[in-house]
Structures are given as C-alpha cells and as structure tokens.
Design a protein around this ligand. Sequence first.
Ligand code: HEM
Length: 425
Amino acid sequence: MSTVAAASDPAQLKSAREDIKELLKSNSCHPILVRLGWHDAGTYNKNIEEWPRRGGANGSLRFDIELKHAANAGLVNALKLIQPIKDKYSGVTYADLFQLASATAIEEAGGPKIPMKYGRVDVSAPEECPEEGRLPAAGPPKPVDHLREVFYRMGLNDKEIVALSGAHTLGRSRPERSGWGQSWTAEWLKFDNSYFKDIKQRKDDDLLVLPTDAALFEDPSFKVYAEKYAEDQEAFFKDYAEAHAKLSNLGAKFDPQEGIVLDGVAGEKSMAAKYSSGKRELSEVMKKKIRAEYKAIGGSPDKPLQSNYFLNIMITIAVLAFLASLLGNYGMPWQSLQHPLMYSPNCPPLFPQLPLAVHVFMETPSEITSSPFTINSPPSPLGASSALISDSTPSLTPGLFLNPFNLDVLISVLEVYNILHDKHI
Ligand code: HEM
C-alpha cells in the first residue's frame, strides 16, 4: 500500500469520480462508501492542533490497525471496492478518495450536491492512526450526552449532529458487524428525509432505530431539527450538504491550502455559496484571477490582509457622506445627484449604486491611495460596469479598500453584485 503523502491532482480527481459512479451503478455500494468517508473524518479532535495527531480526514483508515477498530467492522470491504480506483490514479490521495466516494454516493443516491473541496494530504504510516474510541457508539447508556460529547469534540453542533444522522436514510446495519440488524428506512439506497419521517411515525417495527437515533426526537434541542427535517426535505438537504462538507474537511491538511474545487463553489464557510444561485456563481476563471491578485498583494485565503486603519476610516467617512447625500436627495429626481460615485445615469437611485460604488473603489485603487475624496468618474458609466463583466476585465486588484476583508468576503461581494444585476461574471 502506498505511503506517499502528496496531495491530489484535479484532472485525476474528476476521472476518479466517473469511476466511482460506475462502481456505484454496478455494486449499489452507496451506504458503505458514505460510512467509509465518515469514519475517516469522524476521528477528529478539535482540541489537538497538531496534524495528523488531531485525526480527521487524512486517509489513516486505509491502515489495518485502524480498520480493526470495532467501530470500523466491515469497512475493509469498502476499501477493497475502491482500491482499484486508487491504484489507477496515483495522483489522488486516499483521504480525498474516501471523501470523493462518500459525496458522490450521496449525490448519486438522489441526495443534495455537496460543496466539496479536495487536496487532502495523506498520513504516511500506521503509527499516525488515531487511537481507538473516537467514533460514537450506537447504544451508550446516555445517548444524548454521548452524541454531544463525541460530535462537540469534532467541533460540530446540534444542528449538524441531527442533519448528519440523516445519512442513515441509506444502508443497513448487520449483526456480524455492529450487532444490530435491519435498515433504518424501507428504500435504503435512496437518499431522502424518510429516516426522520420513519423514526417520528414508528409505523414499521422492522425498521431500525438505534438509541442514538431515538435521541434525536427526545432531546429538546435535537428535536427542533429532527421535526423540521421530517416535514421539510429541502431544509434537510440544505443543512445536510453543509454539514457533510464540514465533516469531510475535519482535521484535513490541504495542499494547496485553499483546496481544489472540482465544480462550482466549495467550502462550508463560503458566504459566496450562500448567496449564489448556480448560474450567478463567479466563473472559475474569474475566481482564479481574484485569488491570484489577492495573493499578489499579500493576502491569503485564510487570513484577511493587514488593515490600513487610516484609509478605512477615510473610506467609512466617504461612504457615510455618500449615504447622507442619498438621503438628502430622497424624493428628488435622481439625475440631479452630484456625488462623484453616482456616475451611472441609467441606475435607479439608492440601492444599485452601492455595489457599483464598491466596484469603483475596487477598480481605482490608485485614486483611493492618493485621496479617497477625489475619485475620478469613469468616462462612461456603462463602460465601467460592462468592462466588469466582459472577458477583457481590467485588473480587479481589490486595492486597499478591501484590506479588512478575506477572500470569501471578496468573492461574496462580487456574487451579490451578480445577483443584484442579474449578470454572470
Ligand atoms: C450519530 C452517531 C452514529 C452512530 C451511533 C452510528 C452507528 C452506526 C451503526 C451501528 C451502523 C451499522 C454498521 C454495520 O452494522 O454495518 C451504521 C451504519 C451506517 N452509518 Fe452510522 N452512525 C452514526 C452516525 C453516522 C453519520 C454521521 C453518518 C454519515 C454522515 C453515518 C453513516 C452511516 C451509513 C451510511 C451506514 C450504513 C452502512 C452500510 O449499509 O454498510 N452514520 N452507523
């Protein structure tokens, strides 16, 4: 078995995903692949900083010593199923392959699209596996307390505990593995909200309800979410997708640090994902450009740039003056507004000028540097906004104005612009 600890290659990840889809079609192994991904990630301990001692999604579950932990009974079969794919793609780590297989299985079973990212680095030796006992037990004396103890240690909250438990809509438990029998739902290869409906109604005695499943409808805080998911599949899908992505990143070390996105927007923390509606997401080319420029001026995806407090204060004053001028002119013909930022004669008043103003700042960093109060109006208002959405977009260098923001916020600003203006940058 390979002990290479390099990260994954995007092209190979995509091909591997196609192979996983074929495997799912021929073997209907969705549930065990989901359990494999979860058990690799779920050993994470947020109280340990050091990688890989903190556990999590690092591919350690490929080693015998960890596969033999009681909680992992049967998962050797999942590894056997995907080992040929690992052998085919030397540029995909185990850590990524486990999470790719799990997310693909959820999606192929009819579940939501998971905003995944890749680039997880593998641990390289069995000595780096976590100790036994970090995963939850199914029949502990105090199920509610136990769930909180284990999932809080991973940094997950009540909503995420309930949403993730909904993965039991897939699969079965087997007496020879866990000691329990049956499936949680009648259609155990279909991902939907029937897990919550079935536990709530308890109509079918043949269906499994573990003590930790029942706890979701007993504890008042868990119950709020369990009831909601039983009623509203869309709400369940939304929360599940976010929680699954978060779970898949636990403890992982990414190379590159911001991870690799195969399609669309990734990241449980991404505000961009929250605001985008598919077609209005920034294109990959645009995101690459923003990232490159952000890095070029000393930013990193994880931490905001150093703030220039003087400039920020000046800009805040300028924005307040701008808002005051809007209020002052409220009710008057908008054409008469004379503020330098209100350069678009085709814009209706008040609201649309705000994102536009952000763009003026973003596209004129040098003017801002010399004086925030002498911003030149672009020669043609429409020219400025259309330049922003054309392929030949001039430099999007965020400039000093965006100093207090991190990369996610910057992307979100642009995506909010997309939504307000119905454009696709
Ligand atoms: C809340 C605490 C959890 C407990 C106590 C628990 C317990 C179990 C048990 C006992 C089994 C049966 C294993 C077997 O006999 O083969 C199982 C299966 C499964 N678990 Fe969980 N689990 C929990 C959370 C999760 C989470 C968070 C996920 C995924 C996000 C998950 C996904 C699955 C799946 C898909 C199966 C079916 C596997 C198959 O059919 O081969 N579980 N779980």
